[in-house]
Design a protein around this ligand. Structure first.
Ligand code: BG6
Length: 456
């Protein structure tokens, strides 16, 4: 591995302080930054220089001197091209890793200015871009165009931190490292799939961002569709980044379009009571803090199998999971015993714990073989590893498998675009109680298909 330097643009912001520095410290402790020459942080607060920044860092992250000595601090206005020249003092011939830890409204200027500055240098470079990548299909396309004017696709790391999560990666792991699942992973055996990201927290001081965005853009366009692609993709030809990303995009291309006029049939939304009173939220905000969708994938494997997605804030608990629900066992038990065994499921518990659960039916312990079967569970679990740490290591190593490619971003936006457009015109947004399961419309939504939301 070559020497490298890391540049954190927007280095005084929340993301950098809460996420990136603690991750860098862990990587440092575990000897992953041995080749890192320096970490250059840029900010633009008049009363902050290198000394003040190091004070912040030692209070908030670590006072370990050998870690702190890696850092440099540069005052830089991201929208002023000329300021970027200040970075030159910290660059030799190493690889350069730029992390754009900045609010979305600064993306365009920063990409242009950084791109212009880098034209004057020969160093290898990587650029890390946080979500939201665009606010809709058109702005995402524009952002892709600007990014690609200055950077090669192989240099761009669009982060979706869900892909760094242990269990999310193990969806791929379980499916493609075991022969026993492949034969049943299709419409012949699977009744439906549920993907949920339920949160008990609200907007937590991010109302300025969230009120413009809402649950569909914040969670579905990226995280939940990414989980869906891992569940639905075909086996790649080989364990190689392009092959894997090629299979993921095929899934996005096979998703059945939800047309503007079909939105109410396939999508519901809701807002938690009291959201409009949160600081920073507009008093007649129509922003959804909850959404549930039914998605079909029109291909040979998944024809007719609904994928139900849901996400929401201020719900009864934090619970991120993907559940594969198999078809019910036919007739056998119902004829004599008047019992219907539950469906078997494979559950991926993504947060707060990492687990994979196989739920299957057995006769009750010690009872007659003629009894009605009851559910039993087999479980794998693992400790949590910070998703950002996993992804940062991949970036250092130059592995783009877990990052979102330009075509994936655009396909995912293409899918949500009609929903955004429909909601823009529709003022009906049901409310739900804080601490509840979400709007009752979401319960009815799945119940009318003869199914119910499952909990692992
Ligand atoms: C972020 C969203 O991408 O993911 C947040 O912007 C959300 O609104 C968060 O709370 C959830 O991520 P995690 O890792 O805490 O489940």
């Amino acid at each position: 591995m070559k020497d490298f330097s890391i540049f954190i643009l927007g280095g005084l912001g929340d993301l950098a302080r809460k996420k990136i520095y603690p991750v860098l410290y862990n990587l440092f402790k575990n000897f992953h930054l041995i080749k890192c020459k320096r970490i250059v942080v840029t900010g633009r607060r008049e009363n902050v220089g290198k000394k003040e920044f190091l004070n912040i860092l030692s209070k908030e992250v670590s006072s370990d001197n050998s870690f702190l000595s890696l850092f440099e601090y540069v005052n830089l206005n991201l929208d002023k091209e000329i300021d970027y020249k200040n970075l030159k003092n910290f660059i030799e011939d190493e690889e350069l890793i730029f992390y754009l830890a900045i609010p979305p409204f600064l993306f365009k200027d920063t990409l242009k200015n950084l791109g212009m500055f880098l034209k004057t240098l020969k160093n290898k470079r990587k650029i890390i871009i946080e979500k939201p990548f665009g606010m809709d299909l058109f702005s995402a396309r524009e952002l892709n165009m600007i990014t690609k004017e200055y950077f090669e696709e192989g240099e761009i790391y669009r982060i979706d931190h869900f892909l760094g999560k242990e269990t999310v990666q193990n969806i791929f792991g379980l499916r493609f490292s075991n022969i026993i699942f492949e034969g049943i992973w299709n419409r012949n055996f699977i009744d439906h799939v549920q993907i949920s990201a339920l949160e008990d927290i609200g907007v937590e001081g991010r109302a300025n961002y969230y009120d413009k965005v809402g649950a569909l853009r914040d969670m579905v366009q990226n995280h939940l569709l990414q989980i869906l692609t891992l569940i639905a993709m075909e086996p790649p030809c080989c364990i190689e980044e392009k092959a894997i990303r090629d299979e993921k995009i095929k899934v996005l291309k096979s998703i059945r379009e939800i047309k503007y006029e079909e939105v109410p049939k396939y999508v519901v939304r809701g807002q938690y009571e009291g959201y409009r009173e949160e600081k920073g939220v507009s008093e007649n905000s129509k922003t959804e803090t909850y959404t549930a969708l039914k998605i079909y994938i029109d291909n040979l494997r998944w024809d007719g199998v609904p994928f139900y997605l849901r996400t929401g804030k201020k719900l009864y608990k934090k619970d991120t999971s993907a559940i594969i629900v198999f078809k019910k066992i036919p007739g056998l038990f119902s004829k004599i015993l008047d019992c219907t065994p539950e469906e078997d499921i494979i559950g991926f518990k993504i947060a707060p714990e990492n687990k994979i659960i196989l739920r299957f039916q057995l006769r009750p312990l010690g009872k007659s073989i003629l009894s009605c079967p009851i559910p039993n569970t087999m479980e794998w679990s693992a400790p949590n590893i910070d998703a950002y740490e996993t992804l940062f290591l991949d970036i250092i190593e130059g592995d783009q498998t877990l990052f979102i490619r330009d075509d994936e971003i655009e396909k995912a936006w293409e899918f949500v675009q009609p929903i955004l457009e429909f909601w823009r015109e529709d003022s009906n947004i049901p409310l739900y109680k804080v601490g509840s399961f979400g709007p009752k419309e979401a319960e009815e939504f799945i119940r009318k298909d003869g199914r119910e939301w499952k909990i692992l």
